[in-house]
Write a protein that binds this ligand. Sequence first.
Ligand code: NAD
Length: 438
Amino acid sequence: MKIAVVGTGYVGLVTGTCLAETGNEVICVDINEKKVEMMKAGKLPIYEPGLEQLFHRNIAQDRLKFTSNLAEGIAEAKIIFLALPTPPGGDGAADLSYVLGAAGDIAKIITEYKVIVTKSTVPVGTADKVTAAMQQHAAPGVEYAVVSNPEFLREGVAVEDFMKPDRVVVGTTDERARKLMAELYGPYVRQGNPIIFMDERSSELTKYAANSFLATKISFMNEIANLCELVGADVDMVRRGIGADDRIGKRFLFAGIGYGGSCFPKDVQALAKSAEENQYDFRILNSVMEVNEIQKNVLTEKVKKYYKGDLKGKHFALWGLAFKPETDDIREAPALYIIDSLLAAGATVSAFDPEGMNNVQTLLGDKITYAANQYDALKDADALLIVTEWSLFRTPDFGRIEELLKAKVIFDGRNLYDLDKMIDCGFYYNSIGRKEVK
Ligand code: NAD
């Protein structure tokens, strides 16, 4: 099938590449010419495990192409995916200008039946808005279907998630579009995972419900962690104890320093806004957001308490900048909040992250220093702060840490280390929802 993907970011590029991998001919369109030139030159603009091999293979076999020219990109496509940004607007609602703008531009160009698929995360009712934007600009008699197909991939395992999705959700009431979508996704669900067809509104809400539910799990466990610290319990034990119950499940129960990334914060906010616009007080979501705001400061509060409120002249090593491991994405990363508050308190920071350093350097410049490796970050630091749970940080050389740090002090926002091990090594070790090791 001939496919166009408009917007070639984390979602668009993975979608385009993985669709090419099963034999489709894909053209990825992006407004950012520099990015398009980079991809045409065979360079990936993002870090995503497993993507590079597929990217090169499909380019070499002429199934994956790139352009900044929308008309050229969509000319022959039967299905046009919109994988465009939907950032929060000033009031927290999703900004639909990219999606609706592109829909209008596409409508001006098309001359025959096309399926326009919204892959971006968009509020309930957006399919109607996309249809209206298209109606405004399409030539009389030109047919098209507007389909909702939210994306559930996770950065860091995006290729695997796309190639073997738990489920594919498709919202459409157009029979021709339904058949095309079933044909397109068939190869990805051969093991029996479902393509769930539904109406557009249910499909749009499914994505927000999924992300908001996951964010709720995180905030819930963070509250349990905070309580654990007060009552002398261990959140990791509680997690294992409840996770063994099938109704609860083992996954997504890790306490930490709040959810971040480009999706959870904005999607929870957008769903709360949708509820508000419909005069519904979504109490749980409001609490989820409130808890997360507080949790983002938990690690720096521990640091401040340890140094009795005086961080002036202190120097900290930070391990981890990306919002989670296996990505270079730093959007809404907890590290950025931590860096901000450490700098505001008069401290200095030296950081290391395997993939996120370039993006942070673009954002923060020389406000912090960037270490060549995890140990270089420790030189002359008063303490180590662990912010992202990269595998690389899980079994470090504690002897080397001790040699390089000015004091044996670790604040761990990801509970990477065993408490007994920390006692044996003689570190001061403060983690989340567990006993303080002194
Ligand atoms: P992104 O910012 O990485 O990519 C968006 C791309 O669109 C950029 O390359 C940008 O240059 C391009 N663009 C902007 N305007 C354009 C236009 N008019 N024409 C062509 N290209 C244009 O965003 P993303 O992380 O890929 O997210 C895209 C959507 O998918 C969002 O709605 C997001 O909520 C959703 N989503 C993201 C993830 C994720 O893990 N990143 C997962 C599921 C869903």
